[in-house]
Ligand binder design. Structure first.
Ligand code: F3S
Length: 290
């Protein structure tokens, strides 16, 4: 059996940066005498991967879940997660004089700035992505005026006619490029005057393109990633489209393939927040067991 691991599998630049930042701060605090160490928090999980979170938690890092948690803080260090947060979170932390370390991905920060700029200039902004995802909640929290989430093609089709109205369209960093293009076309057909700014992250684009190509020539595909990772779910959809025998797993223990002689080529890819140890474990298991 041939096992091929996608070159783009695993941590992207933004996730690596966020995780490294957490360990730098842990290291920095551990250098201090115990009495002077500060409690380290992340606002929301730093990345969407349970294994990464468990490891960070084992060093005593705690997760703050909402504004109430933030408002209850009197001390400590808060690290902002890779997906970013609404402007209000920075304001609350500043007001409370809490040391804040910003580990939000620069590509996400760029979208936050665009949302802020265009809404400040009184333009209507559409953000294509899942409105329940922390990245989109964060981006929408930087708007100074009208901003609307368009989660999918069906929602774009349901929008009212544009009558020539000017709009700016941005995208969640992990959105599917083909679907983004389709949504732009739908908006144009509805007579919106569209200024589309493709803010899909290049790391996402490359990962999706490679996964699609790998799945196309594989008899079975394994996609590894956290249960709440949006980019992993999208990778799974893309692979499943090309290769019906595609399985989404979090760790090697979830693997449930019954390989038979018909399966000669197995492809493996992984979401942007999947640690390399997990990928290696899966890869070794498949190579050795089948
Ligand atoms: Fe940033 Fe792109 Fe990763 S937006 S967090 S580098 S997928």
């Amino acid at each position: 059996m041939n096992v091929t691991l996608a070159k783009t599998a695993g941590f992207c630049f933004g996730v690596q940066r966020a995780v490294d930042t957490v360990y730098e701060i842990i290291h920095r605090e551990l250098q201090k005498p115990e009495s002077q160490r500060k409690q380290i928090y992340t606002y929301g999980p730093i990345v969407h991967n349970e294994t990464v979170i468990d490891k960070i938690s084992s060093f005593g890092v705690k997760i703050l879940n909402d504004e109430e948690d933030l408002k209850a803080l009197t001390d400590g260090i808060v690290i902002i997660r890779a997906h970013g947060v609404p402007k209000l979170v920075y304001e609350i932390l500043k007001e409370r004089n809490i040391e804040t370390i910003d580990a939000s991905c620069p590509f996400v920060q760029k979208i936050q700035k665009l949302a802020n700029k265009h809404t400040s200039e009184k333009e209507k902004v559409f953000i294509v992505g899942n409105p329940d995802h922390p990245e989109i909640i964060g981006i929408m929290g930087w708007a100074e005026g009208s901003i609307y989430a368009v989660p999918d093609i069906e929602s774009a089709e349901k929008l009212p006619e544009g009558n020539g109205e000017k709009i700016v369209v941005l995208a969640q960093t992990t959105f599917n490029t083909d679907k983004f293009k389709q949504i732009i076309e739908i908006l144009k057909k509805k007579f919106y005057d569209v200024n589309a700014i493709n803010t899909i992250c290049n790391a996402t684009f490359e990962r999706q393109a490679e996964a699609k190509e790998l799945a196309r020539r594989s008899d079975a595909m394994i996609v590894i990633g956290g249960s709440s990772s949006s980019n992993t779910k999208k990778l799974y959809e893309i692979c499943k489209d090309q290769c019906p025998v595609t399985q989404l797993i979090q760790t090697v223990h979830d693997l449930n393939f019954s390989y038979d002689g018909a399966i000669q080529n197995v492809g493996i890819t992984a979401g942007a927040s999947t640690p390399k140890e997990i990928i290696e474990e899966v890869q070794n298991y498949v190579r050795n067991e089948f």
